[in-house]
Write a protein that binds this ligand. Structure first.
Ligand code: DGJ
Length: 741
């Protein structure tokens, strides 16, 4: 495994346990061409796949048919303006006004381990976990260097790629487009799978055939957003959960992105991912360099399921840094859906009183505790305690909660500023805006100009002071509007096109400072629900609030799409009250619990006011969380059958790495009359092992009647299946535990 350079063929071979990636340097112009990405190979003799000898595209010293060659050659870093008329990964504006770039390989370096990316989130790995290849390329005319960094992981089938650009000339160069990864492949009748949604409907899976021309997805909202997601998978037509070849690309970045596929005249596909070139111009002064964020590529020849499990392993072990990544998170109760803005110390202590008796471990005080915030139209930026509500002060409240044996967490929205705030009155220019225009508000708020170091310092100082004022062990970091009216009074005109990316660097710096100064803090990111649930944010926080939709049925779809890439341990999921606040549906409390158990687990309700019958179920749910969270957090996730496909029920399972334990979640969304029990073929078990099956949360008699409380072989459960009785009514769930004997 690792990375090998074959001098004779000028070819690089990157190996992971089950995949190989190859690229090679052409003889004439030292272009870096894509050779192969797919199942693991032992041989490397494949440079012919670049088709450099295939008429009429033979590069000719006479220059006669050079463009025909450029327009079809599988480039690793396609550049603008030289005759490759597909979309490109790199374009500039030079002092002379030209946009073309032409790159030839000049050197390379292979080393153990992986360097961090300055100011950016990125995967990491020790010397025995990952090997890195830096390929240095140069545009001689511009005197500009481009370093492509590829890292191949030893234990998971993941390869990352990032790009660094250095201006070695004595003139300014403006980067107008820098894509981080490019995959040029023949289109073998591929499908494209992407994630889309809306507020409260994030990351629904969408699959369609790749077709001629452009297709893809993007964000220009300053965050990845609820609508499109910085991930795509290119799949063989017949590939499904368990079979077929799948190429995943996931962007470790939280701002504007572009993920695109272009299928050209020769039916080859160019898949690219990077910072959205729209509204991006980066001025590189002589000697300066720019680093573009990294893309994680995962190849699976065992369908989407294997791809997901690879992303989960990589993200858990090589992206999330929080000490909480390997720990059970405290079961929290958040007061947002319980009280919205209508709370005070007494109400919160009342909730903590009840919650602690039921086994809940942490109270999170959500929006409304600062400035004079009684609704969403004021006080963002004034991060001092609203004493009328938090009577006795924050420390008093936190101490009262601690006295009840619970931890305390708090909500912030540090990136924002309300027009009605002391901060805005003192520094109106700190809001992002364009001189001469009134910036648009969203949720009655503006966005702080985090491209300015003094703004970053000020916000951080306020957050830090609050965290130091009491025993606060958790922060929910919210972000409730997209960016618009991009203008900064601190940036010169020639740097205004850097604003979106500089904003993200400001956010990353803020969070880096927070987790450095408070290393034991549990940080949960959030953006109006799941508007910034991405690999970039997971570098700072081990969990992200998945969605403002807490309805158990909607969550099946949202959590399925999220778990396509991200581990269950990162998905913020809570049990809420019914009728559900997002869409009015009533589901059984038990089912709400089962669905939330697939994530971080917590409550989002007023425990003093919910029906007694529901409240009485909480200790049982708490017990289940403690019994199964290690498995859910660290195990392998398998989608068994999806409600999004079958319109009737949903079933997924988690299997421990040693296959000694598994937990199956089944939710019958819509009941149907007069059918047999449902036969479900389980996955991921050890065929040689015998498993004792229990329908959790049922009494022994019901469990036995359901076919539980008996032993089955792993082989039978996977090949023949388990019979699941049909619950009476809609929206009922079941949790089935398997323990190897
Ligand atoms: C959006 C979040 O997703 C909610 O959970 C809540 O924190 C509100 N913001 C508060 O304004």
């Amino acid at each position: 495994m690792g990375i090998t350079y074959y001098e004779k063929d000028r070819l690089f071979k990157l190996d992971t346990p089950a995949s190989t990636y190859m690229c090679a340097v052409t003889d004439e112009e030292n272009f870096l061409g894509h050779v192969y990405y797919g199942p693991r190979l032992t041989d490397h003799d494949a440079a012919y796949l670049m088709r450099t000898g295939e008429p009429p595209f033979v590069p000719s010293k006479s220059n006669r048919e050079r463009l025909a060659f450029y327009d079809t050659f599988p480039m690793e870093m396609p550049t603008h303006g030289i005759g490759d008329f597909r979309d490109d990964a790199l374009a500039v504006r030079s002092v002379s006004g030209h946009s073309a770039v032409k790159l030839g390989v000049v050197s390379h370096e292979i080393y153990k381990g992986k360097k961090s990316l300055k100011g950016l989130p990125a995967t990491f790995g020790k010397e025995d976990e990952v090997t890195t290849l830096d390929i240095t390329m140069k545009d001689e005319a511009l005197n500009m260097t481009v370093v492509l960094s590829y890292s191949a992981f030893e234990k998971v089938d993941a390869i990352t790629r990032s790009v660094r650009i250095i201006n070695n000339s004595s003139d300014d160069i403006v980067l107008t487009r820098v894509m981080s990864a490019c995959l040029d492949m023949d289109n073998e009748n591929f499908d494209l799978l992407t994630l889309h949604g809306s507020w409260a409907r994030e990351r629904h899976i969408n699959r369609r055939p790749l077709t001629r021309g452009f297709q893809g997805l993007s964000s220009i909202r300053g965050e990845c957003g609820h609508q499109d997601h910085p991930f795509m998978a290119i799949m063989e037509k017949g590939a499904d959960e368990d079979r077929g070849q799948v190429y995943g690309m996931s962007f470790v970045y939280s701002g504007n992105f572009l993920a695109s596929c272009y299928v050209n005249q020769f039916e080859s596909v160019r898949a690219m991912m990077g910072i959205n070139p729209e509204d991006f111009n980066w001025l590189l002064k002589p000697g300066e360099e720019f680093t573009a964020p990294e893309v994680i590529m995962v190849f699976s020849s065992e369908g989407l399921g294997r791809m997901s499990r690879t992303y989960h392993d990589l993200i858990r072990n090589n992206l999330i840094r929080s000490p909480y990544k390997d720990r059970k998170r405290p079961i929290l109760i958040n007061n947002w859906e319980a009280t919205y803005f209508d709370f005070d110390t007494d109400k919160l202590v009342g909730i903590a009183d009840q919650a602690s008796k039921l086994g809940i471990e942490m109270l999170v005080m959500d929006d409304g505790w600062f400035g004079h915030r009684d609704f969403d139209d004021s006080s963002l930026g004034d991060w001092y305690v609203y004493e009328d509500k938090i009577k006795g002060g924050l420390k008093y409240l936190v101490d009262e909660v601690n006295k009840r044996g619970m931890k305390f967490g708090i909500w912030f929205e540090p990136e924002m500023i309300s027009p009605d705030s002391d901060l805005y009155r003192a520094h109106p220019d700190w809001a992002i805006q364009i001189p001469g225009r009134t910036p648009g508000q969203a949720r009655a708020q503006y966005v702080l100009d985090l491209t300015r170091p003094e703004v970053v310092d000020h916000v951080y100082g306020q957050v830090k002071a609050i965290l130091e004022s009491a025993n606060i062990e958790y922060v929910k970091w919210d972000m409730n509007r997209p960016l618009s009216d991009m203008g900064s009074s601190a940036l010169p005109p020639e740097r205004m096109g850097e604003m979106f990316h500089r904003y993200m660097l400001g956010v990353y710096e803020l969070q880096e400072r927070l987790i450095t100064d408070f290393p034991n803090l549990l940080l949960e990111n959030c953006s109006g629900g799941g508007g910034r649930f991405d690999a970039g944010m997971l570098y700072y926080s081990p969990q992200i609030w998945c969605s403002d939709d807490t309805d158990a049925v909607e969550r099946l779809l949202i959590q399925e799409g999220t778990a396509l890439v991200y581990p269950l341990s990162s998905m913020g999921a809570h049990v809420s009250d019914c009728p559900n606040h997002a869409l009015g549906r009533v589901t059984p409390f038990r089912t709400r619990g089962y669905v939330a158990l697939a994530g971080t687990f917590g409550y989002e309700l007023d425990v003093t006011r919910i029906p007694e019958e529901d409240r009485n179920m909480i200790p049982g749910q708490v017990k289940m969380y403690h019994a199964y969270n290690d498995l859910v957090r660290m195990g392998d996730y398998y989608r068994v059958s999806s409600y999004s496909q079958n319109n009737e029920y949903d079933c997924y399972m988690v299997v421990s790495k040693d296959k000694s334990e598994a937990l199956v979640t089944f939710v019958q969304v819509l009941n149907r009359v007069n059918f047999h029990s449902r036969k479900i073929r389980l996955k991921g078990l050890d065929p040689e092992k015998k498993y004792f099956v229990t329908f959790v949360d049922e009494d022994e008699e019901t469990s036995a009647k359901n076919g539980g409380e008996r032993t089955y072989s792993g082989e039978i459960l996977m090949k023949a299946g388990l019979l699941i009785p049909r619950p009476w009514g809609d929206f009922h769930g079941m949790l089935i535990s398997l323990k190897a004997q």
